[in-house]
Design a protein around this ligand. Structure first.
Ligand code: FE
Ligand code: CA
Length: 530
């Protein structure tokens, strides 16, 4: 993993840029609070001896961005999760502690950090100086309150080849559509890492669900977004999954707005300036509510979320952002034929900077497995048959030239060791990826595992009516299913194993877990073996 710039001059330059951009933003008519500089906080103004009326750690704890020497520890104080936290005004002191035993008898590291109103009373602690490849436990204190204990770990050292990595990935957790039962099962597996590939929250107004309700109309302001995270993060099963292992998160569209493409709304009447202000709110709340490093702090309406995280020499995760830099969905969005804008040579999915970064990363990578954690399906899946085949313009199919560049890059690599992980579409798919989907004889260049939703779409179903046609028309698809759940992976030097875990229902608690399909990929052989 490349060194990050925590605790250095650059760190502070970064923070100052953030503050400066907030000021400019405010002067330009933005409504966001300015970050208080440490020097502006009068000593007496810090709240360190609060007698809390109720639990300020109601949103739980989390960790993320693991490296071989540390990770980010996260919490956000909130006695009222859906009313901007409901905390006392002003900065509040939070103490963090880290231990190498689950009962936290010996404290290895600890410190104090300020939870400020400007960042929604969230804290992000960057821990350094830990041993590689081992588990740690952590908790927070504020005034007379203490958080639950969370478990986290460091990754193996950059030169270390470990025998095994186990991780799970999830996406799409619409709060009203169903319970997060999948997480209850996820934490019974042995996992080193959890990935979330987007749609962590949904931005919409309350719907017709009688199961659970969104707390407000469609979210627009910073406080709207904060409160929506408060609602989602109150979920106990989600909290348990965060406390269980470090997470790597990336967003999709609903953390901001459905089917957004850069600063273009799916609703064509939306003023791009208003849309940019709204995106600044969405991105700030995202940062506040996720265990992300300072490198991902938003600057105005921009936030750099793409990054790579190494798991020793066994695996390298490139976490991608397919929303912020893409060109607009072609052909008027929706499902369309593969022509016109979908084939435009200048279209972009990652933006030129991220694409160049990704290709350089893949060329340099010495990892046994290169993992792309991203949002929208790469496989060229066509619905219905013959002349009238339609493709989703929101997925890589709407971006044919960038997809060809990506798959061309994967083909060129010395080792055919790329595994693409995808979310977004509330269904499970296992695809073999071809450089040219019209020339399957050339053989696949990579594999793609698309994971279903945690809850979005409600109970779901195991088999669709068009299933036979789908497989006939798209022979590179090896599995499809639309139940709810998550995907679990076991990675060794020689083999990658994927397990599609599903729950039968999400409209009531207690659904049992099933494994609907299993696939094996052998190293340097990008083929799905059942
Ligand atoms: Fe979704
Ligand atoms: Ca989505």
């Amino acid at each position: 993993m490349r060194p990050r710039f925590f605790g250095t001059r650059k760190d502070w330059q970064m923070a100052e840029r953030f503050i400066a951009s907030r000021r400019e933003f405010l002067m330009a008519g933005g409504s966001l609070a300015i970050l208080p500089l440490a020097s502006q906080i009068a000593p007496g103004a810090v709240r360190s001896r609060i007698a809390w009326a109720s639990d300020p750690f109601s949103l739980g704890v989390a960790s993320g961005e693991p490296s071989s020497s540390g990770m980010v520890l996260w919490t956000r104080l909130a006695i009222d999760p859906v009313d901007i936290g409901g905390n006392p005004k002003g900065p509040i002191e939070v103490v963090w502690e880290l231990s190498d035993d689950p009962s936290m008898k010996t404290i290895l590291k600890s410190g104090k950090i300020m939870a400020t109103e400007a960042l929604g009373h969230s804290v992000h602690v960057q821990v350094h100086g830990l041993e590689s490849n081992r588990w740690y436990w952590y908790r927070f204190h504020s005034g007379d309150a203490s958080s639950r204990i969370g478990r986290t770990r460091t990754t193996p050292g950059s030169e270390q080849m470990v025998d095994e990595l186990r991780f799970a990935f999830a996406s799409c957790q619409h709060y009203e559509s169903g319970l997060f039962t999948a997480y209850e099962h996820m934490v019974t597996e042995e996992l080193d890492l959890i990935l979330h590939l987007g749609d962590y929250i949904y931005e919409g107004a309350p719907g017709r669900s009688s199961l659970r309700k969104h707390n407000s109309p469609e979210i627009v302001s910073l406080d709207d977004y904060r409160n929506r995270y408060g609602l989602y993060k109150s979920d106990e099963q989600l909290q348990a999954a965060h406390a269980y292992a470090p997470w790597l998160v990336v967003w999709d569209d609903h953390e901001f707005d459905n089917n957004c493409a850069g600063l273009i709304s799916e609703e064509l009447w939306v003023d791009p300036r208003e849309f940019a202000l709204r995106r600044a709110n969405a991105y700030q709340a995202y940062y506040e509510n996720q265990p992300l490093g300072v490198g991902s702090m938003p600057i105005g309406a921009d936030m750099k979320l793409y990054r790579d995280i190494a798991y020793g020499k066994l695996a390298s995760f490139a976490m991608l952002d397919t929303r912020q830099y893409r060109s607009d969905q072609p052909n008027g969005d929706g499902a369309k034929k593969l022509d016109g804008g979908a084939m435009h040579p200048k279209s972009t999915m990652l933006g030129s900077q991220q694409e160049a970064w990704l290709f350089a990363h893949l060329q340099e990578s010495e990892a046994r497995w290169n993992v792309l954690g991203q949002q929208v399906m790469v496989g060229r899946v066509g619905r219905s048959s013959g002349e009238s085949k339609l493709y989703s313009m929101d997925q890589w199919s709407g971006y044919d030239a960038p997809r060809k560049r990506l798959l061309g890059q994967l083909k060129q690599m010395e080792q055919a060791n790329t595994v693409v992980l995808t979310g977004d579409i509330h269904s499970n798919w296992a695809n073999e990826l071809y450089e040219d989907f019209d020339k399957l004889d050339a053989g696949p260049v990579a594999v793609e595992f698309v994971g279903t939703s945690i809850s979005s779409g409600g109970n779901g179903y195991a088999k669709s009516k068009q299933e036979d046609e789908l497989f006939r028309e798209n022979p590179f698809i090896k599995f499809h299913n639309a139940e709810r759940g998550y995907v679990s992976c076991r990675v060794t030097q020689g083999q990658w194993q994927t397990f599609y875990r599903t729950v039968e229902y999400v409209d009531r608690p207690g659904a049992a877990l099933q494994t609907r399909a299993e696939f094996v990929v052998e190293h340097n052989k990008p083929q799905l073996m059942g």
